[in-house]
Design a protein around this ligand. Structure first.
Ligand code: 13P
Length: 251
């Protein structure tokens, strides 16, 4: 039985004041213990959030980490070991905004994934196709390739301590959501790809859906057999809306 996970990616949002308010709102949410809740603030605010959610069930993740696991001369980057030290449990790897806007390569995604795990962080590997790729019928090939990079470099067993997030690029921040059936098709393909290497790993790995998830769409999405929760952007900046999405994962 996979424990549902709802993750809030705050992206490049927040000030000390707005983060304090959001923490306060999150602490008031009642979420069934069966659902794991994680938030991913920008790195400036990680320490504030770790402190602010202490004593609650909410865990904290980072939105990225450096290709090197340990501290060193790498201006502007944050090492996985530093994220672990400050209290992170998770780290997003290969978010599409980084792949496209910052030209993050598959090679870097693999190195970041490995760096995270070497510091006992749980990587959340983000995969997904663009609209042009979907329209060209390439969705499963694109997502399969993004997954294969990690499997071929690091082996399938790394997914026993990782999470996959399927985030169709065309659904991110656009208000367009993949239908539950569209999402399920891709989630099932991701699980099948992993199952081809290891049935046990495939049965255990959590696969989250991301892309304009709202409370209103969450119940149906999370009701699909291979959707184990969500990676939520915009809606995670509103504590009540995010709380409602978390509760939907427990229904
Ligand atoms: P939105 O929920 O704002 O579409 O963002 C999804 C996302 O990119 C989460 O990582």
């Amino acid at each position: 039985m996979r424990r549902p996970l709802v993750a809030g990616n705050w992206k490049m949002h927040g000030t000390r004041a707005s983060v304090a308010e959001l923490i306060n709102g999150l602490r008031q949410q009642v979420v069934p213990a069966a659902v794991e809740v994680a938030v991913f603030p920008g790195s400036l605010h990680i320490a504030q959030v770790v402190e602010g959610v202490a004593g609650s069930a909410v865990v904290v993740g980072a939105q990225d980490c450096a290709i090197e696991a340990e501290q060193g001369a790498l201006t502007g980057e944050v090492a996985a070991s530093q994220l672990q030290d400050v209290g992170c449990r998770y780290v997003l790897i290969g978010h599409s905004e980084r792949r496209t806007v910052l030209a993050e390569s598959d090679d870097w995604v693999v190195r970041k994934f490995a760096a995270a795990q070497s510091c006992s962080l749980v990587p959340v590997l983000c995969v997904g196709e663009t609209l042009a790729q979907r329209e060209a019928g390439e969705t499963l090939a694109v997502v399969g390739r993004q997954l294969d990079c990690v499997i071929s470099a690091l082996g399938v067993d790394v997914f026993s301590k990782a999470v996959v997030a399927y985030e169709p690029v065309w659904a991110i921040g656009t208000g367009l959501t993949a239908s539950p059936q569209q999402a399920q098709e891709v989630h099932a393909a991701i699980r099948a790809r992993i199952a081809a290497e290891s049935g046990d790993v495939a049965r255990g790995v959590r696969i989250l859906y991301g892309g304009s998830v709202k409370a209103a769409s969450a119940v149906e999405l999370f009701g699909m057999p291979d959707i184990d929760g969500g990676l939520v952007g915009g809606a995670s900046l509103n504590a009540d809306e995010f709380g409602a999405i978390c509760r939907a994962a427990g229904s």
